[in-house]
Design a protein around this ligand. Structure first.
Ligand code: DC
Length: 226
């Protein structure tokens, strides 16, 4: 077995801080694989909703995991998440699935169910992995850990613009309220709550353009590689 060591950049933070957009750009520039772990939780949430299971009904959600096969694959450099063989990428970005993902992510058996998939890819590729607990739980040995944040208003504004672009009907107030609820739930759950790792660098992107955010993180990656 190869002992080749792979590098990992862990990017954690609340929703809408720009983690996925920035990580995708950085990964491309560095030739790393971008791993969006939120998509895995979203796929579990989506599976529950499509089977008429209340994502907050812990016992039923956990029992349903035995019928769920979840795979992650890369096609043309883009991550796909397959639920029982079907690519669910087109269905997991709705506000309803966001809430379902947050609810199922509070359950330790769900987190355990997804842990292997996340660690396996980091063992075979150089990765930029984003999520809530990457620096604290999934890849505590990551060479670089970044905690990316911004004010709730700033994050809600970005997410609102994204949803509008996709034609998903909502209001700014709704997006802000959902974001505040999700922030609270994700940071206050008992299992792997969202929190900055002791050795993570804090980056606040409030008021930054995308270019400024990318440049700031790139600087940290270059510092790490120097
Ligand atoms: O990053 P996102 O908005 O796509 O994540 C969706 C939900 O999944 C989020 O509310 C919390 C959960 N999540 C998590 O608990 N741990 C992760 N590593 C990634 C996401």
């Amino acid at each position: 077995m190869s002992e080749k060591k792979h590098m990992a950049v862990a990017i954690d933070g609340p929703s809408g801080a720009g983690k996925s957009t920035i990580s995708r750009i950085l990964a491309k520039e560095l030739g790393f694989v971008y791993v969006d772990t939120g998509a895995l939780y979203r796929a579990v949430g989506y599976y529950m909703l499509s089977n008429n299971i209340d994502p907050k009904d812990a016992d039923t959600v956990v029992a349903a995991l035995t019928d769920l096969t979840l795979e992650m694959r890369y096609v043309g450099g883009e991550q796909q998440v397959l639920v029982n063989g079907a690519d669910v990428g087109g269905y997991i970005r709705t506000p309803e699935v966001s809430m379902a993902a947050s609810a199922v992510s509070a359950l330790p058996p769900v987190r355990q169910f997804l842990l292997d998939t996340q660690r396996r890819i980091a063992a075979t590729e150089n990765v930029i992995m984003d999520g809530r607990d990457i620096g604290t739980v999934v890849l505590p040995q990551a060479e670089l850990k970044i905690f990316l944040t911004a004010t709730a208003e700033d994050r809600a504004q970005r997410r609102f613009a994204e949803l509008q672009e996709k034609g998903i009907a909502t209001t700014f107030e709704e997006v802000l309220a959902d974001m505040q609820k999700r922030d609270y739930d994700d940071s206050h759950r008992a299992a792997a709550p969202l929190k900055q790792a002791d050795d993570a660098r804090l980056v606040d992107t409030t008021g930054f353009t995308l270019e400024q955010s990318v440049a700031t993180l790139k600087g940290l990656v270059e510092e790490m590689m120097a």
